[in-house]
Design a protein around this ligand. Structure first.
Ligand code: G16
Length: 552
């Protein structure tokens, strides 16, 4: 019988790695690049997934094949840990090590060495489940993944096309099946049932106001949202949703002039289908983990008619709503501070300065800033009993600690209002995806809050005024020259570059700007905000020039 190493060498020969000058890095969301570079990488990620499963007592690990907001020709691959969270960060370097092995032999040796270093028994069972978005390249990459799983005697289930958050759900549901903390039925239908049931509970005696048009970026969110809508009982909630930009038959349309990333970065409505003035819209991204709300409002002339409610807005809306519910449930009255549930908000450097000020000064909640990447925000959110985290790009969720859940369950209500608040808090904890940011679940959360508050999008946007801001993408010869510090708010390298940015920022009112290398695209990102639209645009332009020059 062939040894582990022999099996890997034979299989790997059919999935060669394409060497690149600076090697590959497990980035913001795993490995992400042009799909034709990914065959060998996906094979090697499969090897790591099997090691990870064996390391964590044969629990099921997930692999998601997606490039989310990136163009159609890209793809990506990332690992989901047994809890449904992103891969533990200390393991990212192992992924990088395997992927950068120069030959099949070196790969097999590194695999065995990793097993030895991490005290992994290669003879215990390994279990992996996986899914992919609608990109055609997903088919081939799945074949590479299967080859690695076969070569390592790993049991696997192919869930085929899924949104990224559905895969995260399934991983957690699989590992908690039959336990008191079961996360839900282990199937795609189980995911829909859980969300629909929680949505109905949250919407008791409430009404959704008018239609909602959902732009699905021509990605996996389209068919999955349409499927989910069938689960909502019409006699319980009248939810009028129009699903648009859901063409997955023509893959080249994915994320093209539509979707959450387009809306957020271009700060305008997708041209197709022509949006109707005044109607509530939202946009998902290519794998349905980001969400942005928007509408056309000619009366808000200073915004050019297009008004956007991004991740910062969802975050402030959710934090305020949950805080108010906790007040109504009498949970903020504890005399002893140690018994109080702690709510906090996690943001990144991209958060609009006005949102941070609003959370601190008006909501009176603590704010933590982390580097970009939901994995960082998710981790920081765990430090709170109720951790609200959203990136400005619309990626995020709200995490509830065990302590919070048992308080919601065990508190004896003294009035019908208090009971209502406790029931809603519990229903929210089922509605909100606890594993990762989930556009469909977040959209339901927003709809619930608007219905409870009887708010329009205009009411929501009036809670505070955003500082005008701009986000640019700058292509440079080598983005690795740029390194950041202070949660990505400053550049430490190349030396001297940050000083030039500082000089520009000082010239504008209430201004802030930063630059960082993208972890999902081969480019630099530049963000600027200032007191006026003109100043924000001009500052962004100037910083982009600085980056362009230093990166040449
Ligand atoms: C991924 C990450 C997000 C991150 C985004 C952009 O999103 O999951 O946390 O904000 O990439 O990252 P970067 O600026 O490093 O390119 P998605 O929706 O593309 O998976």
């Amino acid at each position: 019988m062939a040894t582990h190493e022999e099996q890997i060498i034979a299989a790997s020969a059919k999935h060669p790695i394409v060497p690149v000058e600076n090697g590959y890095q497990y980035g913001t969301a795993g490995f992400r690049m042009k799909a034709d570079l990914l065959d060998g990488i996906t094979f090697r990620v499969g090897l790591l997934a099997s090691l990870r499963s064996r390391k964590v007592d044969s629990q099921t690990v997930g692999v998601m094949i997606t490039a989310s907001h990136n163009p159609a020709q890209d793809n990506g691959v990332k690992i989901v840990d047994p809890t449904g969270d992103m891969l533990e960060q200390s393991w990212e370097k192992f992924a990088t090590q395997l992927v950068n092995a120069k030959s099949d032999q070196e790969l097999a040796q590194r695999y065995t060495a990793l097993a030895k270093e991490n005290k992994i028994d290669l003879d215990v069972p390994a279990r992996v489940i996986y899914g992919r978005d609608t990109r055609p390249s997903g088919h081939t990459l799945v074949a590479a993944l299967n080859a690695a799983l076969d070569a390592t005697n790993t049991t696997y289930v192919d869930y085929k096309i899924l949104t990224t958050p559905q895969l995260h759900y399934l991983v957690r549901a699989t590992n908690t099946e039959g336990r008191p903390d079961s996360y839900g039925e282990v199937s795609e239908a189980g995911y829909y049932k859980k969300l629909s049931d929680a949505f109905v509970r949250c919407m008791k005696h409430k009404k959704v106001d008018g239609p909602l048009v959902v732009d699905c970026a021509n990605g996996v969110g389209g068919p999955k949202l349409s499927e989910f809508l069938k689960y909502i009982p019409k006699d319980k909630v009248d939810f009028d949703v129009q699903v648009v930009n859901d063409n997955i038959i023509r893959p080249e349309l994915l994320n093209l002039d539509c979707g959450a990333d387009f809306v957020k970065t271009k700060q305008r409505a997708p041209p197709v289908p022509k949006p109707e003035v005044g109607v509530r819209h939202c946009s998902l991204d290519g794998d349905a983990d980001r969400l942005i709300y928007w509408w056309l409002d000619p009366e808000l002339a200073e915004r050019g008619g297009f008004v956007m409610l991004d991740g910062d807005r969802i975050s402030t809306l959710a934090a305020q709503f949950i805080k108010d519910l906790m007040d109504r449930a009498g949970l903020n009255k504890q005399e002893d501070d140690r018994q109080k549930l702690r709510i906090g908000v996690v943001q990144t450097a991209y958060a609009n300065g006005a949102s941070t000020k609003h959370i601190k000064q008006y909501l009176k909640l603590p704010v933590v800033c982390t580097p970009t990447g939901v994995k960082h925000l998710h981790h920081a959110a765990r430090d709170f009993d109720i951790g609200v985290y959203f990136e400005a790009n619309g990626h995020g969720t709200v995490l509830f600690s065990h302590q919070a859940l048992s308080t919601f369950k065990d508190t004896q209500p003294q009035s019908p209002a208090q009971k209502d608040a406790l029931d809603t808090l519990l229903a929210l904890s089922d509605l909100i995806n606890q594993t990762v940011g989930d556009a469909i679940s977040d959209m339901l959360l927003v709809e619930v809050i608007l219905a409870h508050k009887v708010w329009s999008l205009r009411d929501w946007v009036m809670t505070y005024s955003d500082l005008p801001n701009r986000l640019f993408r700058v292509e440079v010869a080598n983005k690795d020259l740029f390194r950041t510090t202070d949660a990505e708010r400053r550049l430490s390298h190349p030396e001297g570059c940050q000083q030039e940015i500082d000089i520009e920022v000082k010239k504008y009112t209430d201004a802030r700007a930063f630059a960082r290398a993208s972890g999902t695209e081969n480019a630099m990102r530049v963000y600027a905000e200032a007191a006026t639209r003109m100043e924000a645009d001009e500052l962004c332009d100037r910083v982009a020039h600085i980056i362009h020059r230093w990166g040449a």
